[in-house]
Design a protein around this ligand. Structure first.
Ligand code: ADP
Length: 501
């Protein structure tokens, strides 16, 4: 049978409606890329948060509503819908759970997430879209894979829905007290479910449920797919991953190259491309001015942007920042997160005025200006499932300096001084002075080898970070779930094979 595969893509955030991190970027651009393959019809479901801009809310229309059982609760659940850039979106509406500021961080997040995950399953019977694949992402939608099997397996139309569970960050698993099993999930009498959801005798782990229940698993880079099978990166899930390694895929994310485009981006004071880099110098000067740094085109500007958490390698930065600041460099960081790190950067900003700037805020516009204005982009993560920031930085000719882990290892080609190859710089061990050594190496290229530096910039900017490659790989996974549905377009034989013939 040849037809488009129908995929319901469930996530807790999606650009342009709501975003707190990389997951929002992925959910905002991967479905579009999958639809563009012509092989799938992907629709997206997210909660209808209060913070979704009014201009989008005004375009939504009410599709249906029903009552949803969640443990002993019987709750109203509405489904709103709209089309955006050719993709159909569904929004799960419940004022009590989602009529609050932001996306997460509430005492009852477990209950809110469970509600959303159950709504994802329940709503399928109310719409004229019967998915072949339910594609769930991270712990926020992990329970959908459990609910689907436990509560909906005998509902008409649900029997052939297969599940793919993608982990974007294994650190956040949705660990709840055991009480949740009966009170919220309504699974207290289900021994099989309880065993697969329990991570120890006192807690329920939503993500573990999905890792056991889903038909196939994936994560967001090949290296991370290997890493999570080890104790260091596995966050106590490594045994499951090792057991299911034949079901596990590592598919590198892409970025929306139209959005992150130095030639057209409207947030920038000037645009540029590989053939004309004058605009980049204007971006650098404007960024220095905006952040209160000395406006000087000759001093290399090291930038950072992201969540300020331990994951992002900030302990390394803290350890050598004083040493780094003795060098002829500037440092600019944009981010929010743990108070400890926010305060650390505020302290250093006070200590090195005009040389170090800390913008402790969330601003997509400033993020764009930072990617465009910086010379180097530091991302020394302790672990990094994929990482999007380093790709965005490369798009803007901002050379990443990264630790060789997860997607950083897979996306940044380290500089080779003999051939001039590369798109950035990297180091292997989680060691502050190893990082500093590589930063000094990068600064050396900046100061002493302008030709190589410019070459690296061009190479980084020319790399293809589009979603096309990932979309093809996801299609292969979907087809493995449904071998009876053949691809509509016959694969053209690869050039190599053609030559052999
Ligand atoms: P993670 O998903 O671990 O947070 P990624 O590198 O995958 O990290 O994605 C981070 C995304 O969030 C990027 O698009 C980055 O530009 C954006 N981002 C992070 N912090 C900020 C901030 N303070 N202001 C604006 N954008 C931010």
């Amino acid at each position: 049978m040849k037809r488009k595969l129908r995929v319901l893509f469930a996530a807790s955030e999606a650009v342009p409606f709501i975003k707190t991190g990389g997951l929002g970027d992925v959910a905002g651009s991967l479905p579009k890329a999958l639809n563009e393959t012509g092989e799938a019809e992907v629709r997206v479901i997210i909660p209808k948060y209060k913070d979704i801009p009014e201009k989008y809310k005004a375009k939504m229309h009410h599709l249906c509503d029903f009552n949803l059982m969640l443990g002993w609760r019987n709750m109203y659940c509405g489904i709103e819908t709209m089309k955006h850039e050719g993709v159909t979106y569904y929004f799960v509406d419940n004022e009590y759970y989602f009529g609050r500021e932001g996306a997460y961080g509430y005492f009852d997040d477990g209950e809110r997430i469970a509600f959303f995950s159950k709504a994802v399953c329940e709503f399928i019977q109310y719409v004229d879209f019967k998915p072949d694949v339910l594609h769930c992402n991270d712990w926020h939608t992990a329970l959908s894979t459990v609910f689907l099997r436990e509560f909906y397996h005998d509902v008409e139309g649900y029997d052939n829905i297969k599940t793919l569970f993608t982990v974007h960050n294994l650190k956040f698993q949705g660990q709840m007290s055991d009480y949740v099993l009966g009170d919220i999930l309504g699974l207290q009498d289900n021994y099989a479910a309880a065993t697969q959801l329990r991570s120890d005798s006192t807690s329920i782990n939503f993500m573990k449920g999905a890792l056991c229940y889903s038909d196939l698993l994936s994560t967001v880079s090949e290296t991370y797919a290997e890493e999570i099978q080890t104790a260091f990166y596995g966050e106590h899930m490594e045994d499951i991953y090792r057991r299911r390694k034949n079901d596990l895929y590592g598919i590198m994310n892409g970025i929306d190259q139209d959005l992150y485009n130095p030639e057209t981006n409207k947030s920038l004071p000037a645009n540029f491309d590989t053939a004309n880099m004058e605009g980049k110098a204007i971006c650098k000067a404007a960024l220095q001015e905006e952040l209160g740094l000395e406006v000087n085109p000759d001093v290399p500007l090291i930038t950072m942007c992201g969540r300020l958490t331990q994951q992002k390698g900030l302990d390394l930065v803290q350890h050598v920042l004083d040493e780094l600041m003795q060098l002829p460099v500037q440092f600019a960081v944009l981010g929010t997160g743990d108070k400890e790190y926010e305060d650390m950067f505020r302290y250093f900003q006070g200590k090195y005025p005009g040389k170090l700037a800390a913008a402790i805020t969330f601003s997509e516009d400033l993020a764009n200006r930072l990617y465009a204005g910086g010379d180097f982009f530091l991302m020394p993560s302790l672990f990094e499932p994929c990482g999007l920031s380093q790709m965005m930085a490369m798009r803007y000719g901002n050379l990443p300096i990264v630790r060789e882990t997860g997607g950083l290892r897979d996306s940044v080609i380290p500089y080779n001084r003999y051939t001039g190859e590369g798109t950035g710089f990297s180091f292997a061990n989680y060691n502050a002075h190893e990082m500093l050594f590589v930063i000094k190496d990068a600064l050396g290229v900046y100061y002493d080898d302008k030709e190589d530096f410019e070459g690296l910039r061009r190479q980084a900017m020319s790399k293809d970070f589009s979603w096309n490659v990932a979309a093809k790989k996801y299609m292969e996974v979907y087809h493995r779930l449904h071998p009876e549905i053949e691809p509509r377009v016959k694969k053209t034989p690869s050039r190599r094979k053609a030559v052999k013939k």
